[in-house]
Structure formats: C-alpha cells, structure tokens
Design a protein around this ligand. Sequence first.
Ligand SMILES: [Zn+2]
Length: 100
Amino acid sequence: MTNQPIDRVLARLEAVHSSGDQNWIARCPAHDDRNPSLSVGVGREGRVLLKCHAGCDHHSILEALELSPRDLFAEIPEEPCATRVEIVAFAWHRGAVAAA
Ligand SMILES: [Zn+2]
C-alpha cells in the first residue's frame, strides 16, 4: 500500500494532521503557511485531492511538492489486468462463469 499516491503526497508534506477518515490537514508548501491550511483528501480510485484554504492553486502546490498531476492518480500497472484474466479463466474452468 506504500505505492498509493496519498502516501507519496503525505511523505512530502509537513505538519500533517489527520482530520478525519482519509482526510488530512498539512502545511501548504506553496505559501508561507504558519497555520496549516492545506486540506488533503482521497477521492475516487485513490486520487489525491488538494485544497489550500489560503487560495494557492493546484499547480503551485504540485510544483512546490515536485510532483506532477499524474502523481496524484493511482498507477494502473499492467499486472492487475493479467491477473483478472487468469481469475476469469480459473472461474470458467470451475463453471462459475457459466453459472453467473
Ligand atoms: Zn497555500
């Protein structure tokens, strides 16, 4: 699970506090933030959501974190597709697909 985008982002932030389930508050890297004002959340499919309450735009926050927009999305590796095909093939052998 350490390869999740949220882990990449949290590892780069300072003064991270949990503010609820899948929500954090951290010091915004894009401005001189003494009172943590960056909201971090996890959206659909593990996507990282960033919002600076002082008004920094998304691009400046990413730039300060040295991340690209791609880094906020969960990677879609080749492997799970292959695994899914194998699972379907296995299920088919057992007659589960025909039954479904
Ligand atoms: Zn900011």
